[in-house]
Every structure is written in structure tokens, then in C-alpha cells.
Design a protein around this ligand. Structure first.
Ligand code: ATP
Ligand code: MG
Length: 298
């Protein structure tokens, strides 16, 4: 079917055109993790105090809460810049963090602090200029493009800040995409998707095109599409931004109660303090760096 093929190319399999910093140009210490034993350590020594403080705090909270939990995502020395020369802008600057299976980790920070860029790197969508992301033990930026596409399809569910729904697909078809891409039968996939239409509170709207849905309704379709394939890693970028307080809390409570389990890790970017009670830990970002880490309120 043409539009599904288009869907794969346009959205779920975002091309990664930038050179792989781990397999090319290993001669330059700052361009890749393989070459970075010297370069990265030198860069680390120059980190500001608040980042060292963040690491200490991180360790402390980690030992308190996660002695027995398995690491889901380990990010080390992640750096991503856009543009070159005088126009270069570093969006994520030497970031380290760990997310564990069985937890909901929030990432908060001002607009432009690098939250979306960071999530895109850890979910295999955007290649970093330096650093390493290990998901469930595998170094994802060492994968070839096929394996990376498979990782994005089977291991990660991503709710984009601006939804990324397909305008020519109905609500149920949008939600069914991950199943159809996994070669599940069309009718079965749509039937399964309709259950998720109900779960996110859109009963009766299965056949509607996104243009006829409100922003909050589109956001719920995006959430349903991210969770239908039962991904181990669920990443949500501002999932409640267009929802009223009650609907936002209801969806995050549903994710915490029904989707989170010991084999799953959920990372949520949010400005929405109304949902802080659902966080196990909260990472604070500023100017591309992690500046603090809190236990969530329980
Ligand atoms: N594709 C891009 N090209 C150039 N600059 C970019 C690109 N993507 C992000 N940036 C820049 O990187 C910085 C971090 O952007 P990012 O989208 O990660 O911030 P954010 O914390 O998610 O912000 P918001 O809360 O507004 O969504 C910003 O200054 C942004 O302008
Ligand atoms: Mg963002």
C-alpha cells in the first residue's frame, strides 16, 4: 500500500544521513567514542562544577533506589551540535545518565535546553556527534541502518512533541502502524488498534482523520500508537501538553499502572508539574547539560 510505504520512509524510519562518529574518522579524538578515551576524559575534566554535582547526586539517588534494578538505557558523554563554525549550536553537551527498567524517569528543563534532542538520540532517531547509548546492553549507534530501524520499530515507542500522525490515515490506522509494520494481518491490527482507541478515551472516533481531531485527541492517538506494540522503552515528549489536567493525569496514571512493569522503562519530557507525582526520578536539563536529579514525589 503506497501510503504505508510512505509512512515508513517519512516517519518511523527517519534517515540518518550524518556520518557515524563511531565508525568513521577515528583519528580525531573528539569525534567518536572509539577514539575518545583521551578526548572524552579531557572534555570531562573541563566540566563545570554543577555537572560534577549532578553526577554525584545521580550516584546517590541511584544507590538508594536502584541497587537491584537492571539498567535499561546508559548514556555516556552524549554530545549533539547543529550547524558548523560560528553558527554551531551545541544542543546536548556531554550528558551522562542511566534509566532503569521498572521506572518512570522525567526530564524537565526550559525550552531549548536539549530535551527533545536528548530523547531523539537515546531512541535511535538522531545520531550524536559523540558519546554512546547502550539500550539493554546493546550499543545502538554501532548498529547498521537495518538493525537500527528494527530497534526503533520493536524496542522503542516514541510519542513526538508534535504527534507526527499521518493525515491520510484514520485514528485506528495511525494506531495500528507499528503492528502492520511488523507484518501483522491488517484486520487483526485494526481490531487491536480499536481497543487502544477506547483505552485512550476516543471511543467512536476510530474512523476519523487527524485533521478532525483536537490537539489533545491527536496526542492521545500518538500515545496509543506508541504503546500498542508493547515496547520495552517508552519515550514520551510532552505527552500531556495539549491535554487538560484531568485527562493528562488519567493518561499518565494509566501508563504507570498498566504499561510500566519491571521489564519496561519509561522516559517522559514534561513541563507539566501536575504530573510530577508519577515520576520515580526527575532529571533537570539546562543549556544541553544535566544540572540536577531528584527523586520523584510519591
Ligand atoms: N534540527 C535542528 N537544527 C538546528 N538546531 C536545532 C535542531 N533541533 C534542535 N535545535 C536547537 O537545539 C536546541 C535544543 O532543542 P530541543 O528541541 O532539544 O529543546 P527542548 O528542550 O526540547 O525545547 P522545548 O521545551 O521547546 O521542546 C535549541 O536551541 C534548538 O534550536
Ligand atoms: Mg522539545
Amino acid at each position: 500500500m503506497f501510503f504505508l510505504d510512505e509512512a515508513v520512509r517519512l516517519d518511523l524510519d527517519q534517515p540518518i544521513h550524518e556520518p557515524n562518529p563511531y565508525t568513521t574518522d577515528r583519528s580525531q579524538p573528539h569525534t567518536g567514542i572509539a577514539a575518545s578515551t583521551g578526548g572524552m576524559n579531557a572534555a570531562r575534566l573541563q566540566r563545570p562544577i554543577h555537572n560534577r554535582y549532578a553526577r554525584e547526586l545521580h550516584k546517590k539517588v541511584d544507590t538508594q533506589r536502584h541497587a537491584s534494578q537492571k539498567e535499561a538505557i546508559v548514556a555516556t558523554g552524549l554530545t549533539k551540535w547543529f550547524g558548523e563554525g560560528d553558527a554551531r549550536m551545541t544542543a546536548v553537551n556531554n550528558v551522562d545518565f542511566v534509566a532503569y527498567f521498572g521506572e518512570i524517569l522525567f526530564v524537565v528543563g526550559p525550552s531549548g535546553s536539549g530535551k527533545t534532542t536528548l530523547l531523539s538520540i537515546i531512541s535511535g532517531i538522531l545520531r550524536p556527534n559523540a558519546g554512546k547509548v547502550t539500550v539493554d546492553g546493546a550499543d545502538i549507534w554501532e548498529f547498521n541502518n537495518d538493525r537500527l530501524a528494527d530497534f526503533r520499530l520493536t524496542k522503542v515507542g516514541f510519542v513526538f512533541q508534535d504527534y507526527h500522525l499521518f493525515p491520510r490515515l484514520t485514528t485506528a490506522e495511525n494506531i495500528a502502524i507499528p503492528l502492520i509494520l511488523r507484518q501483522r494481518n491488517w484486520n487483526e491490527s485494526i481490531a487491536e488498534a480499536k481497543k487502544y482507541v477506547d483505552i485512550v478515551g476516543l471511543t467512536g472516533r476510530s474512523e476519523i482523520l487527524p485533521v478532525k481531531l483536537s490537539g489533545g485527541e491527536q496526542q492521545r492517538v500518538a500515545i496509543a500508537r506508541a504503546i500498542i506494540g508493547s515496547p520495552e522503552i517508552l519515550i514520551l515528549d510532552e505527552p500531556t501538553a495539549s491535554l487538560d489536567g484531568d485527562t493528562g493525569r488519567m493518561i499518565i496514571a494509566f501508563i504507570k499502572e498498566k504499561i510500566l512493569n519491571q521489564n519496561r522503562c519509561i522516559v517522559i519530557v514534561t513541563h507539566d508539574a501536575r504530573i510530577n507525582e508519577y515520576a520515580d526520578r526527575i532529571i533537570h536539563m539546562e543549556d544541553g547539560r544535566i544540572t540536577g536529579l531528584d527523586k520523584g514525589t510519591e
